[in-house]
Design a protein around this ligand. Structure first.
Ligand SMILES: *Cc1c(COP(=O)(O)O)cnc(C)c1O
Length: 368
């Protein structure tokens, strides 16, 4: 296209699409790096789950099951719900995006605890909605009063993650219940990390029609690449979301793996025990190296780096040593890195790289 034509095409697009920058062409793949930046769970699937994935390939010529019925029935049975209280998603991020589409009109607002899951900024922008960020402070306790009576009162729904990403903090279910009971808004509670935490709000689903719970098999069930997520809530809310869902939103492998993971949840006990153990080992090692680490109820740690450098500086130095960690876009978190918990070998490689970097720093004084 000529430049003049391109300009007129771009100007004919809607205002909100013009606010989105085109993505750069993709950067070099991270092959050979220890990947601790997106909270995956690096362990193999249980053998029986793996077999079900391979068997599903023989049904490759068929469309996947309409309405995800078998997967929803299996989830309902596993979590003591009815099938109409369950929606299945191509990852829970598909469900999050459906919630925005279904429940917001341009000009509406939605409230989210901050710091929170950054993806929500884009979802709100696409819907022409305002994202009200309610700060939860350093301890990230639940600001119930602000959520009920502040500007958030106008919000169409309130988004919380428990445990929270990126802080790793956990709010007692009693506090969640108090908010859900007093609020007349839909509360979307993202429990992506619940299997690393002490408790869940699942038991509240039958009691409160305004609670919508999101779960995923990406983090605690080692299936991020398969894309399986669930929403649990009142049949009226779930039914409306299912109504606007893409046809055949999941594939046959996702269905088979989802059903099989549900049948083999106990096979993950050792995986979860390892990650929690490793998380505490890395936390205390980092603390001894001069980092300040928030206690975590997830499979990642949010660590404040030693004074004098910021998170991006550490991210770059670690990447030079083939270790990938995340930095956060949130205001006030410039001095943090987020590190996923992987295998013992991966975490040893991470800690060795951190020690190397600190060693080089002390032999060559900071110029910042
Ligand atoms: C990773 C993550 C998800 C996304 O999970 P998918 O099921 O892989 O889409 C959702 N919410 C939070 C808070 C997460 O950290």
């Amino acid at each position: 296209m000529s430049d003049a034509k391109l300009q007129s095409v771009l100007w004919s697009l809607s205002e909100k699409y013009r606010q989105l920058d085109p993505l750069p062409s993709s950067s070099a793949p991270d092959a050979g790096c220890v990947k601790l930046n997106t909270n995956e769970n690096p362990f193999a699937l249980p053998a029986a789950v793996m077999e079900s994935a391979v068997a599903a390939l023989e049904r490759q010529y068929l469309y996947p099951e309409d309405g995800n019925i078998s997967l929803r029935e299996a989830a309902a049975a596993s979590y003591s719900l009815s099938t109409d209280q369950v929606i299945a998603g191509n990852g829970s991020s598909e469900l999050l995006s459906l919630i925005y589409k279904a429940f917001l009109e341009p000009g509406d607002s939605v409230a989210m605890l901050s710091p929170g899951f950054a993806y929500n900024h884009k979802l709100a922008l696409l819907q022409g909605a305002r994202l009200l960020e309610i700060k939860c402070g350093d301890s990230c306790s639940l600001p119930i009063h602000k959520l009920l009576f502040g500007p958030a009162k106008e919000a169409k729904f309130i988004l919380l993650a428990n445990p929270n990403n990126p802080t790793g903090t956990f709010v007692p279910i009693g506090d969640i219940e108090s908010l859900v009971a007093q609020s007349d808004r839909l509360i979307v509670l993202d429990e992506a990390y619940v299997d690393f935490a002490p408790d869940s709000a699942l038991r509240l689903i039958d009691r409160y029609s305004n609670l919508l719970l999101l779960r995923t098999f990406s983090k605690s069930y080692a299936a991020a690449g398969i894309r399986v997520g669930f929403g649990f809530g009142h049949p009226e809310v779930i039914g409306r979301l299912r109504n606007i869902q893409n046809m055949f939103n999941m594939n046959v492998i996702g269905h088979a793996v989802g059903v099989s993971i549900l049948a083999h949840r106990t096979a993950y006990a050792e995986n979860h025990r390892h990650i929690k153990c490793e998380r505490e080992r890395v936390r205390s090692a980092l603390t001894q190296l001069g980092f300040s680490v928030t206690p975590s109820h997830t499979n990642f740690l949010l660590a404040r780096v030693p004074a004098g450098r910021d998170g991006i500086w550490w991210q770059i130095r670690l990447k030079q040593k083939k270790i990938l960690v995340a930095v956060l876009p949130d205001e006030g978190l410039e001095d943090r890195i987020r590190v996923s918990i992987g295998t013992k070998q991966q975490m040893d490689a991470f800690l060795a790289a951190v020690e190397d970097i600190l060693g080089a720093e002390t032999s060559q004084p900071s110029t910042v």
